[in-house]
Design a protein. Structure first.
Length: 168
């Protein structure tokens, strides 16, 4: 009896320190992506990053072409890691959400997540844009299937409807 009471007390005391699993909810998996890619110069927790994605996932930034138009660049999460690791080791990168719109049905969800990016937390943002997350719940956990993103530029401002917090 005393041993089980001590165990319950230990669990109750430590419970506030426990972090929800990254895939527990739509919110937690989106927050985890921002958390793992953001930080001061240095290595990121790429194992955690990889764990956020479903098999066959893709990351797709829109990039300016040599002809002046825009085109998608399709990457696997591993190719993304390879592309950004060297820069992350040398330069800080802090991206955070400034608005969100969520639509879900059953075990799928779409999150339009407006963001700002900075080189240091106190600096002015150097870019803003929208991350379009497609998520799937499988085996009780939410995972990223796709992140497609585009940045603001002349003629491509973030619409006000995406600058509202989740639930608005």
């Amino acid at each position: 009896m005393i041993r089980s009471s001590c165990l319950l007390l230990a669990v109750a005391i430590s419970a506030p320190c426990l972090k929800a699993a990254d895939g527990d909810s739509i919110d937690s998996v989106v927050r985890a992506v921002y958390d793992v890619i953001s930080g001061p110069p240095g290595a990121r927790n790429w194992d955690r990053f990889r764990s956020l994605f479903a098999e066959g996932a893709r990351m797709i930034p829109m990039r300016k072409t040599s002809a002046g138009g825009m085109a998608p660049v399709v990457l696997t999460p591993e190719q993304f890691v390879e592309r950004v690791s060297a820069n992350a080791a040398k330069e800080g990168f802090f991206e955070h959400e400034i608005g969100r719109r969520v639509d879900s049905f059953g075990d799928i969800a779409h999150v339009f997540s407006a963001y700002e990016s900075r080189r240091a937390p106190e600096e002015k943002p150097f870019t803003r844009g929208i991350n379009s997350f497609q998520l799937v719940r499988s085996g009780g956990s939410w995972r990223v299937v796709t992140i497609l993103w585009d940045s603001e530029r002349e003629g491509n401002a973030i619409p006000d409807r995406y600058l509202k917090p989740s639930g608005d």
